[in-house]
Design a protein around this ligand. Structure first.
Ligand code: UT7
Length: 331
């Protein structure tokens, strides 16, 4: 049978500190009722002290490696998806590699925001299919809390994001299980709908006091614009990848969507006729953890026994870039 990447182990790590909507309402002009009604979020996790994305990734990666029975030194590649790297460069993949003690395993950072995990999955699957690699660690990890505008000015974005990490170990499979296919898309002409502008190489200096005063180092989003595009692009890319494999929405046993807004995921499921018990939703507890949201949700779903051997798993995401993607996995 065809060689492809199979998910052999999963792990996740969430910081202990729980930040409720009521906690945020003490910092800015917002309310628990608004956040729950508009997004489905009740609470999120925030790091404490000096913790970077690779620090959150480390325990998640160790858990995934243990579950897969793979030692860090046996890895062929580390792929690290994040929009919140520990430092500007080098990438968090290199930092994680050192923490795992697996020098000189190659490490690659993926900068694709909410779709980072699925872009990373496509890269890992391609290396494995080509036969050049057999064991890849794929991590999504984010520390948002240190970069949010907690004043009233930033309330539309700051209530959404949380910190966390998820990891998967991918190994070569030839028994029909594994990644059936992935479809990736991007439209950079709309990058201004969701971005952090500074520090930036196109500015000289990369950041200055005026930019900080204007809050240009914080994320900025046209929420309605992103929402509207997400509810049309996500069903579209899911249909595209299903069609490519002669499958239909009714064949999906479990959908793990990116967790950006519960209303987006409800709308996607409604459009495709997927019953809610087949859709994983955990945004209520973690908020939007960007590249980490799919592996965290998948690791919880597997732990809860929501996937059986032979099931069809679908994953889909939409976010900054703009980028969107969907993957199908035979479990
Ligand atoms: O993962 C990356 C991709 N990101 C997304 O997919 C996010 C997509 N967008 C969304 O999820 C939603 O657009 C939001 C949750 C961000 C906002 O929900 P919305 O229903 O689109 O609200 P809105 O932006 O249209 O704002 C409605 C009102 C505004 O007040 P007025 O103009 O109606 O008086 C906002 O100023 O809600 C106000 N508002 C808030 N009120 C209380 C905005 N943020 C807040 C807040 N608390 N935190």
């Amino acid at each position: 049978m065809r060689r492809r990447a199979r998910i052999a182990g999963l792990g996740r790590h969430l910081p202990e500190r729980v930040v409720t909507n009521a906690d945020l309402a003490r910092l800015m002009d917002t309310s628990d009722a608004w956040i729950r009604a508009r997004t489905g979020i009740r609470e999120r996790r925030w790091v404490e002290g000096e913790v970077g994305a690779s620090d959150l990734a480390l325990p998640a990666a160790r858990e995934a490696l243990k579950a897969a029975g793979v030692r860090p030194t046996e890895l062929d590649l580390i792929i690290f998806a994040t929009l919140s790297p520990d430092i500007t460069f080098p990438g968090s993949g290199c930092l994680l590699q050192a923490k795992l003690g697996c020098a000189t395993v190659p490490a690659l950072d993926v900068r694709n925001q909410c779709t980072g995990f699925l872009y990373g999955l496509a890269v890992a699957d391609a290396f494995i299919r080509a036969g050049t690699m057999s064991r890849v660690l794929l991590v999504g990890a984010e520390v948002h809390s240190t970069g949010l505008d907690l004043s009233d000015r930033g309330r539309d974005v700051s209530v959404l994001f949380g910190d966390g990490a998820g990891a998967a170990v991918l190994v070569a499979s030839e028994d029909g299980s594994g990644v059936l296919g992935t479809r990736l898309h991007a439209d950079g002409s709309e990058h201004e709908l969701l971005m952090i502008e500074a520090p930036a190489s196109r500015h000289h200096p990369r950041i200055d006091h005026a930019m900080i005063d204007e809050g240009r180092h914080y994320p900025r989003m046209d929420g309605r614009g992103v929402f509207r595009r997400a509810v049309s692009r996500v069903p579209e890319v899911l249909r595209e990848v299903l069609d490519a494999h002669g499958l239909a929405p009714a064949d999906i046993d479990l959908l793990v969507p990116h967790q950006a807004n519960r209303r987006i995921n409800d709308a996607v499921a409604r459009k495709l006729g997927i019953p809610e018990e087949r859709v994983v939703q955990n945004i209520d507890r973690y908020g939007n953890t960007t590249a980490a949201s799919i592996p965290i949700a998948l690791s919880e779903a597997v732990e809860e026994g929501r996937l059986r051997s032979g099931d069809l798993l679908a994953m889909a995401a939409f976010g900054a870039g703009l980028t969107w993607a969907a993957s199908l996995v035979r479990w």
